[in-house]
Design a protein around this ligand. Sequence first.
Ligand code: UD1
Length: 341
Amino acid sequence: MAKILITGGTGYIGSHTAVEIFNAGHQYIIVDNLSNSSIDVISGIEKITGVKPIFFNIDLKDKTLTEQFFNSHSDIDSVIHFAAYKAVGESVQEPLKYYENNLLSLINVLENIKLHKIKSIVFSSSCTVYGQPNKLPVTEQSPILKADSPYGNTKQISEEIIQDFIKSNNGNCKAVSLRYFNPVGAHESAEIGELPLGTPNNLVPFITQTAAGIRAELKIFGNDYNTPDGTAVRDYIHVVDIAKAHVAAINRLLNHHNKSDFEVFNLGTGKGNSVLEIVKTFEAVTGIKLNYRITERRPGDVEQIWANTDKANIELNWKTQTSIGESLLTAWIREKKYRRI
Ligand code: UD1
């Protein structure tokens, strides 16, 4: 059993990971400043696990507060660092907010990892680092293309910062960067899920809110892409499967099974689905007819991307277990529970 710090642990992927870290028999502490999450997530996790999580409301941009936290928790074995902003569009409007938050928090965490001789970190990265790849599916060797948004750039820069840090640290710390494709769905209990603050940018929360009658219609952004049905293709992966990959990454680091001090893994299903396929699958598993309309393309969207997952399957001994239909159903059940419908 190890003690894991989960930064951003009240967020969407962080909260699901906290549950799986608990299920794997580890101890954990959550640090989050609740800037894009709710304190109710703590009771959601407690309902699932039966144990109230240890939680600190700390802004990791604050060097002094971060130092104080680590000084009083010197027995942390590993960090899973989620805490970051993630809205692509907002990052274009307010780039400095994104660079400040995402990079300063990471730097403060790494400084304390060094100071307290913490042995490992798992970093929350994104397939956005690949841009629109020339060859599909994308492997971890696919080129990193210039980021389309400040958000995407923070993920690229963060991976570079971590690599430089690891190199400078004489093998005392190891890192795994997990590049998520499109996380969807919610815990089967529906006690936690994606928090719907404001108008959703992402497809699945927009679908569930349309089904719940909160949004009048779903706009499908473009049907003139070079894909089988003309709508854009992504690799949608259930959030609990993503969470379980974090457990595999942590155990790999704790057991010294890593092959180098900095490793990268794609987290996807290996299969692409078009927007229209997602809509049709949602309708089939829920029996709800969605009101949708084809509109123009969304600026900045890539046409199609899905993962080659061989490396994660073999090295992490991890595989996705949940079908896209099951994933969409969990998203809908969570929406209904949250809205009390
Ligand atoms: C985006 C980011 C990704 C980030 C993720 C999390 C890019 C290229 N990717 O993923 O880096 O980690 O968000 O926030 O910016 N769609 C509609 N109608 C909608 C919403 C979405 O048709 O109302 C379509 C989009 O055009 C896209 C697909 O659904 O083709 C998925 O969109 P979304 O859920 O926003 O995820 P990404 O853009 O793939």
